[in-house]
Design a binder for this molecule. Structure first.
Ligand SMILES: [Zn+2]
Length: 883
């Protein structure tokens, strides 16, 4: 989510200058879906908020400058969980008209009705109201923690996307109603307040209170407004003409140094990439001591909010993976400052414009600053993640219809983020990075401070020279699903490999219908036969391909394409033989693609396994990590088949055990970051397979840690303890529990409570679930414990949640409730869950809001149907391939 420079020359765009109602009016598109009557358009909000943190309530007042565009005797705004005392409308030369207020809880609106009609023109609507402070991340919410002195403390934050600004201020809470905001907060004199803009004044009010006012924001959507207060501290530094900062609870800000440095590094890079300098005077990232099952960070303009684990480095517990995630989260949220905040999707249908773009940009920034982290492998992993959902018949297009608040919440899924990222990555590759960047610059410049739809991006790209891009882009964003490219017999003709590509739709759960579907895509396909790379764009069912050279034919070379490739058996065999020589990204991409074609029944398991087995033991660290994970997925699919599981475990230990011995159990100061990641994967997986050496080291470290919390290096603590926790008996579980209870550092405490959920022992899993429903872990930790249990015991966790649904719902953000069940079901292949999930959806979700649960059901159904074949064929392959 993000913004710019040349446009700042225009008065309408200058920071702090409220945009006139006329300017505002043309950003509101009357063809957009809306829940509000299009009778008035707000241009400016002046909000005063007085939180009563101890009582979890707040008082508010707001003056909204607006333009009435159609004669009306009432104004309807969004409002949820707010109570109203006074409301009136006024205009120059007219005495104020008091309003009567009615609210509609289901529609989340309040209607102010006046004794007579308002003629079109400029008005000010003033409202006094009060609201609730929540204990999960919706609207204004409280996070409780233990402070530096060991005392209970509470800090307040806001979270408004998608539709929760209305819990803080009655407002036109839809993204196309952009306006400017003034915020004043009345808080205790010893607290700090943070908002989108720097403070403009602080006044002492007496009785230990002060009023902090912030400078006027630029024109922006209501979901980007932010406020926090508490016993906070801030570190900052200048960067690229602005100031970047990290805000955390007192005593913790220094842990944000890594994030602060990342902000300072990324800001000038983005200024340059977007061609528009960051337009606010400061950019803070505010740390929240808690967590959510819905999100880890939010791109509020000028004041990103991030839960601590994704922002602060705690040497006691942070892993190399955490450190990399901090950089990537920063890169994602900062990309939104332009893509989302400066230029905003007009409606939630186009949410992917925000999320797909920010995800893609984060990978691009990581590639620029940390190529040694091999982010190109993660990009392919994102593609695979998206395809997991997109292969189901219940998937949806990237641009999708959103008509309810719940559907807006559900829109934040792998299609918006990861398919969005993959499609942009493919389009950038097609256009070329320079043309693509020129298109982005055009788009940002043309739509700054305004709203867009997806077609605006394609238009800017074509104008920048990306000829033919729109046809590809439309196919991949307006129709759902994944192309399946089948490679025909290849011939060597005059030193070139000549073949034809046939396309159909790839489907995990409805193969026959997909094969018969006439749906096709313009797919940019890159291929190589060992010499240079050739590209064609498919059109219709069959497309001819000619590639220089006559070696084994690799389709989707470089792995930027969003499609699956089915080879004839001989072609697959030839590729297997050259696997060790392929670039790392192709080794991984090819293996992942071929394994999925095998597990979904497009080809025998043996083909996929041959590719997996062909990943060399000395593959790059990231590829080795992914290969181990894939073996482990298969290990889980062989649940109930101990001989098969033993064979896989032995194979992984023999193949990759030497890598662990080479890396050693102890992190080295100068080792590559990817080696540190591989070490955690090796310890966790070999520990799961009860490798004698790993288990004995885990036991030794666990014993030492009980006496000395520093006995395990912080970067490996959750990994080693994870080995112990998953194999825990009751005494071990009790020991970890006692440590969790006694730990005050938020990140470490969170980690320990979640470890309790890792126990394979069902009785201990039940104890974790029971513990999650007590007050002991704290309001935002419990849902994560239940999620941890679900990874081992999905059916147990789901049945438990259904028995305690009201209580569990209180532990999850409103926005995350309906997707929580999907998260618990995860990769389960237990067909017994299908009727349970169906009954849950019917009883608890409106018909319009059941799609995510339906996707879980579809996934379980096809996986359970494929399971006997996967097990039988894998057993045969393992027997035929002893190591
Ligand atoms: Zn995002």
């Amino acid at each position: 989510m993000k913004l710019l420079t040349a446009l700042l020359a225009s008065a309408a765009l200058a920071i702090g200058a409220p945009v006139s109602a006329q300017h505002q009016a043309d950003t509101v598109d009357s063809t957009l879906p809306t829940q509000l009557p299009r009778t008035a358009i707000p241009s400016h909000y002046a909000i005063t908020v007085t939180p009563h943190a101890d009582k979890l309530t707040f008082d508010g007042s707001v003056a909204i400058d607006l333009q009435v565009v159609k004669p009306t005797n009432s104004l309807t705004v969004n409002a949820a969980d707010l109570s109203f005392s006074n409301a009136a409308v006024s205009r120059k030369g007219m005495s104020p008209l008091a309003a009567t207020v009615t609210t509609d809880a289901d529609a989340q609106t309040a209607t102010f009705t006046f004794p007579r009609q308002l003629a079109p023109g400029a008005y000010r609507l003033t409202i006094d109201y009060s609201g609730k402070i929540n204990t999960q991340a919706n609207g204004l919410f409280a996070l409780d923690y233990t402070n530096k002195e060991g005392k209970d403390a509470r800090a307040l934050f806001t979270q408004f996307e998608a539709a929760d600004a209305r819990r803080f201020v009655p407002s036109w809470d839809e993204p196309d109603y952009k306006a400017t905001f003034d915020l004043t907060a009345r808080i205790s004199t010893n607290e700090m307040a943070v908002s989108n803009m720097p403070a403009s004044s602080t006044k002492t009010l007496g009785n230990g209170l002060k009023a902090v006012s912030f400078r006027t924001t630029p024109t922006m959507s209501s979901y980007l407004l932010f406020f926090a207060s508490g016993d906070l501290e801030r570190i900052s530094k200048p960067a690229a003409g602005a100031e970047v900062g990290v805000v955390a609870s007192r005593g913790n800000a220094e842990k944000g140094r890594l994030a602060l440095d990342a902000e300072a590094l990324i800001l000038p890079y983005y200024n340059d990439y977007f061609g528009v300098p960051y337009p606010l005077p400061k950019l803070d990232n505010v740390a929240g001591p808690g967590q959510s099952q819905f999100f880890s960070a939010m791109e509020n303009w000028g004041a990103i909010f991030t839960f601590e684990r994704s922002l602060l480095v705690d040497p006691a517990i942070s892993t190399e993976g955490d450190r990399q995630r901090i950089f990537e989260t920063e890169a994602h949220e900062m990309a939104h400052q332009w893509f989302g905040d400066l230029v905003t999707m007009a409606w939630w249908d186009d949410l992917w414009l925000n999320e797909g773009f920010a995800s893609w940009m984060a990978t691009k920034a990581t590639e620029h600053f940390h190529p040694d982290w091999a982010p190109e492998i993660d990009r392919v992993a994102a593609r695979e993640g998206a395809m997991g959902l997109d292969a189901l018949s219940s998937t949806h297009p990237v641009v999708q219809e959103v008509r309810t608040v719940e559907q807006a919440n559900q829109a934040f899924d792998a299609i918006a983020y990861s398919k969005g990222e993959s499609v942009i990555s493919m389009l950038e590759d097609f256009a070329g990075p320079d043309v693509w960047q020129a298109g982005i610059k055009r788009y940002v410049k043309a739509h700054a401070y305004r709203n867009t739809r997806t077609a605006d991006l394609w238009a800017a790209q074509e104008a920048a020279g990306a000829e033919g891009l729109t046809a590809i882009a439309k196919d991949f964003t307006l129709q759902p699903g994944i192309p399946l490219i089948s490679v025909g017999p290849a011939q060597c003709v005059n030193g070139a490999t000549v073949t034809s590509l046939t396309q159909a739709q790839f489907s995990a759960d409805k193969k026959d219908e997909a094969a018969a579907s006439p749906q096709s895509w313009h797919v940019p396909v890159k291929a190589t036969a060992g010499a240079s790379t050739a590209q064609v764009v498919t059109s219709g069912r069959t497309t001819a391909l000619s590639v220089p050279g006559c070696g084994p034919l690799l389709v989707n070379a470089g792995q930027r394409g969003y499609f699956r490739t089915l080879y004839a058996p001989q072609q697959a065999e030839a590729l297997v033989s050259v696997m060790p020589k392929l670039p790392a990204v192709d080794q991984y991409g090819l293996m992942a693609d071929q394994m999925t074609l095998s597990t979904t029944g497009y080809q025998p398991m043996a083909t996929g396994l041959d590719f997996l087995d062909a990943i060399p033991a000395n593959a790059s660290a990231k590829v080795a990590q992914r290969a181990i994970n894939r073996w482990d997925d298969l290990y889980d699919l062989l649940d109930g088949n101990p001989a098969g599981q033993t064979a896989i475990a032995a194979r992984v230990i023999r193949e990759y055990g030497p890598r662990l011995r080479q890396l050693g159990f102890v992190p080295k100061a100068s080792e590559p970051a990817v080696d540190a990641l591989l070490r955690t994967t090796l310890i966790a997986t070999l520990g799961k397979y009860r490798d004698a050496e790993v288990v004995s080291e885990a036991r030794r470290l666990f014993g030492a840690w009980q006496g000395n919390p520093d006995a395990i290096p912080g970067s490996l603590k959750s990994t080693w303890l994870g080995v112990i926790a998953s194999n825990a008996d009751a005494a071990t579980w009790d020991a970890i529990h006692a440590k969790a209870k006694a730990t005050t550092g938020f990140a470490e405490r969170t980690s320990l409570y979640q470890l309790l959920g890792r126990a394979q022992d069902e009785a201990l899993a039940r104890r974790t679930l029971d513990l999650a429903l007590t007050d002991e872990p704290g309001k935002t930790l419990s849902a994560g414990m239940i999620t941890a249990v679900a990874q081992q015991h999905p059916t147990l966790a789901i049945n438990f949640v259904l028995q305690h649904l009201a209580q569990v719902n209180g532990l999850i953000d409103i926005s995350g409730r309906s997707s929580f069940m999907q998260r618990l079901a995860g990769d389960s292949h237990d067909a017994a869950l299908i009727p349970v999930l169906e009954a849950y959806a019917k009883a608890n979700l409106a018909e319009s809001d059941r799609a995510p649960v339906q996707r879980s059901i579809d996934r379980i159904r096809y996986q359970s149907a494929q399971l006997p074949r996967i097990q039988a064929e894998t057993a045969i392959w393992l027997a035929a391939h002893p190591q």
